[in-house]
Design a protein. Structure first.
Lengths: 120, 270
């Protein structure tokens, strides 16, 4: 079972370019997992803007893995944190991409999320 | 040429006007003179108006003052977009995407086509049914005020009052510096400039938070870690993290510095 505290390190391991990126540097050292994952989502949007999607299969693989094998808090972090931010149009301010552009990388568990459903 | 069909609208560059109507006949009374005046003056006109309402509009605009809508459409002086091609072009409404839509349209009209001025109009009939929260739409209306100041343009936003509740109407008054009423463009005393509008929204959102949420926000503004806050308030770390995430989204913060700044500015000065 994947726990709440394991989710963020797993996602960062799947997307090493996040470390040292501009969104990562916006994080406060006292921020918790939900906010840190929000910065990771912003980084993914920037990667998509640059068509640098090499890490996306691994990142969204972790998302599916947590949704399948995570405990309740871990799944909540993905659903109410990662996927809510990914599908929130306000996260895309100043970007030319939209939430629908990520749909092709989402697995079946993520596609069951209500705000993803609206994009399908 | 004397325009006998429509009384002239007095417009100034940078006008962002709210036009309220009830039914398609009234919409046409507001939109047709605006589009006709723009075409007759040689301006570019860009309108969001759904297919079902186009024929009536074009028939009204065509003819008087030597305006030929077929020619205007053919040479790109008049462009028409549907809701699906504009407000919902990304699958759902996004204020940032919609501002980008108008920005790209203005750059094309002014830089590529070489027009000196642009008249834009957006009919919103049916939009309330597909925009889940008017909040983001109101934010878009407010942000348009930054855009209209940067370009030689006017913007007319049309709303069917029969689709609006009191709360939405209030947001329209706060986000449009001018109103179109009875064929006259008048100043709106209830208008708030974009920065003031954002500040007002945040203050209202803060007041709407629960005591627990405000307490967590205050502790976070003291630069405490979520683990510290969780221990202090006998909550799980997950609960505190999620609460802070919800607060950031509700109040539009991106970083903890935004939260600290907001609460510092709210603090009464001694």
């Amino acid at each position: 079972v994947i726990t709440y505290r394991e989710v963020y390190p797993l996602l960062v391991a799947a997307c090493p370019s996040f470390v040292g990126s501009k969104p990562a540097e916006s994080a406060d050292e006292n921020d918790g997992e939900f906010l840190r994952i929000g910065y990771l989502v912003r980084h993914l949007i920037l990667l998509l803007e640059d068509l640098d999607t090499e890490s996306f299969s691994a990142v969204f693989g972790v998302v599916e893995w947590v949704l399948t094998e995570g405990d309740a808090e871990a799944r909540s972090l993905i659903n109410a944190g990662f996927l809510d931010d990914l599908t929130n149009p306000e996260t895309y301010a100043h970007a030319t991409r939209s939430p629908a552009d990520f749909v092709r990388w989402l697995g079946p568990e993520a596609c069951g999320h209500p705000s993803v459903q609206r994009l399908l | 040429v004397e325009d006998v069909a429509f009384p002239a609208l007095t417009l100034e560059s940078g006008d962002h006007i709210c036009g309220l109507y009830a039914g398609s006949a009234e919409r046409q009374e507001l939109l047709a003179p605006y589009v006709h005046g723009g075409l007759a003056a040689g301006d570019k006109c860009v309108c969001i108006v759904d297919v079902a309402h186009r024929a009536g509009l074009l028939a009204s605009v065509d003819g008087p003052g030597d305006v030929d809508v077929d020619v205007s459409l053919e040479r790109g002086q008049l462009e028409l977009y549907t809701t699906a091609e504009s407000y919902l072009r990304g699958g759902s409404f996004s204020s940032a995407d919609m501002v980008e839509f108008w920005t790209a349209s203005l750059d094309f009209s002014l830089d590529d086509q070489g027009y000196d001025a642009v008249r834009q109009a957006g009919d919103t009939v049916g939009v309330s049914a597909v925009v889940e929260q008017f909040d983001d739409f109101a934010f878009y209306e407010s942000e348009l005020n930054r855009l209209v100041d940067r370009y030689p343009q006017t913007m007319l936003c049309l709303y069917d009052v029969r689709e609006l509740d009191g709360g939405v109407l209030l947001e329209l008054l706060r986000t449009h510096p001018k109103l179109l009423m009875g064929g006259l463009v008048i100043d709106n005393p209830h208008y708030l400039a974009p920065d003031d509008y954002v500040a007002t929204r945040r203050a209202r959102a803060w007041d709407a938070l629960s005591d627990h949420e405000r307490d967590v926000a205050q502790l976070a503004a003291e630069r405490r870690s979520t683990a510290d806050i969780a221990a202090l308030r006998s909550r799980s770390r997950h609960d505190v993290d999620r609460t802070l995430h919800r607060i950031y989204r509700t109040l539009g913060f991106e970083t903890r510095d935004d939260l600290v700044r907001f609460l510092t500015e709210r603090r009464p000065r001694s």
